[in-house]
Design a protein around this ligand. Structure first.
Ligand code: ADP
Ligand code: ASP
Ligand code: MG
Length: 417
């Protein structure tokens, strides 16, 4: 019997009426003859609320280790939102006459590494679910985002992780398709919340979606796209609220016509740090970025400017909430004598805007067109990075919407290829 994976995000299961609406979509597929594995997120806003509770419990006023919390307990609390929606959806389906059962990560089991808060999936056992399917279960409603570590503790897969749960199940159970139901009806040329001119794509190549996701388009978690690409999962994004065709994420060979630039992504909460006047000598980059990596700072863009004789300024970007960690790591390195700098300058009012397209591989002048479009709007570029299929710039956050819109216009993304 063919099997489908259907994933419903937070807004799609935000209350009982929406859970019923989602359940109707599931029932329709059961009536078409599919076995269905449903992956659910927590109700929208729930995970944020749980994260807030964890922070407040671990950091009351006067806490002796401010900012610290035990990641194992974070996972124990934060994974719970999905338990509620999986049980409620199983109950709703049962009420509709469907043989449904909820499954938490450990019951499946979905085994992960022990990197709490950002665990990676190692293996999904298929026997338990398959036995129940053979016994008459029609739908397994699995709590997304969670798994179990080798030590037997609950883990979570990082924010937005239910997408990855869904793709991993589709791969493990060799599903015919993995349908990601969300609050938009597909993948757009840019976030439709930023411009009304955003256009829905029928298809997008894995490589492009991978870049867009990692550059901030949260419609799919980056890891889910990686897994879909590796295991050749047929991945589709579509609306929970209407029956429009969605967007297929597929191999580039399946896309007949494509533009040089396919999409624009943004990441709002970036910071730019500059170490002013460090020694320009072999090993300096390692001496700076080694301690940052050890401190768990996700460094993204890097630029080195020669300043005066024998000295250099080193600029890098990282997520805004990692600035404290970065500063502490640099101060420790300075005190330990491995680096010396005059000052650490932090600009926390920046964002990253990127253009992505596999067509860039064979077209010159794309970056130039991007820079001109931003210049025309008076947007100053602070840092630039490029790869084969993307160009990213760091700009002042107040220009974020303007920059996205200007680039969307400059590359005619509102028009079909
Ligand atoms: P879910 O809760 O269903 O997982 P998310 O909020 O994680 O939903 O992802 C859907 C959101 O992603 C949309 O509401 C949209 O604002 C945003 N988004 C960002 N970039 C894009 C894009 N290129 N295409 C579609 N949606 C996008
Ligand atoms: N509920 C989790 C989150 O908000 C996982 C998900 O929705 O994908 O990050
Ligand atoms: Mg999501």
């Amino acid at each position: 019997m063919s099997l489908l994976v259907m994933k419903f995000g937070g807004t799609s299961v935000a209350d009982l009426a929406r859970i019923r609406n989602a359940s109707e979509k599931v029932k329709r597929e059961v009536e078409r003859g599919y076995r269905v594995i449903v992956i659910v997120s927590a109700m929208s806003g729930k995970t944020n609320e749980l994260v807030g509770w964890v922070r407040d419990a671990a950091n009351p006023p006067g806490a002796n280790a401010p900012g610290f919390y035990d990641a194992r307990e974070y996972d124990a609390v934060v994974s719970s939102g999905e338990n509620i929606t999986s049980g409620l959806m199983a109950l709703t389906l049962q009420e509709m006459g469907v043989e449904a059962r909820s499954w938490q990560g450990w019951q499946v089991p979905l085994k992960t590494t022990s990197a709490h808060g950002a665990a990676r999936i190692e293996e999904i056992g298929t026997d338990n679910l398959n036995t129940k399917f053979d016994d008459g279960m029609q739908v397994a409603v699995v709590a997304g985002f969670q798994g179990i570590s080798p030590e037997g503790r609950l883990t979570t897969l990082g924010r937005g992780g239910s997408d990855t749960t869904a793709v991993a199940f589709a791969a493990a159970f060799k599903a015919e398709r993995c349908d990601i139901y969300t609050d938009v009806d597909g993948i757009y040329t840019t976030d439709p919340r930023i411009t009304g001119k955003a256009r829905k794509l029928d298809k997008i190549a894995f490589e492009e979606m991978l870049e867009l996701a990692s550059l901030g388009a949260k419609v799919l978690q980056t890891r889910s796209v990686e897994l879909a690409m590796r295991y050749k999962v047929r991945l589709q994004v579509l609306s929970s609220f209407d029956d429009l065709p969605g967007t297929l994420v597929c191999d580039e060979e399946e896309i007949m016509e494509s533009k040089v630039v396919s999409g624009v992504a943004y990441s709002r909460d970036e910071a730019k740090l500059t170490l002013i006047s460090v020694a320009d000598r072999p090993g300096i980059a390692a001496a700076i970025f080694g301690p940052l990596a050890e401190a768990g700072v996700n460094v993204d863009m890097i630029v080195q400017n020669i300043s005066e004789e024998g000295r250099t300024d080193m600029t890098f970007s990282c997520p805004i909430d990692e600035v404290g960690k970065a500063r502490a790591a640099m101060e420790a390195a300075k005190q330990g004598g491995s680096i010396n700098y005059h000052e650490l300058d932090a600009d926390t009012e920046v964002c990253k805007v990127s253009i992505v397209g596999i067509g860039m591989r064979s077209h010159a002048g794309v970056a130039q067109k991007m820079f001109s479009a931003l210049a025309k709007e008076g947007v100053n570029i602070k840092v630039i990075t490029t790869s084969e299929i993307k160009v990213s710039v760091l700009v002042d956050r107040k220009y974020m919407e303007l920059a996205v819109q200007a680039l969307h216009d400059a590359f005619d993304l509102d028009k079909a290829a």
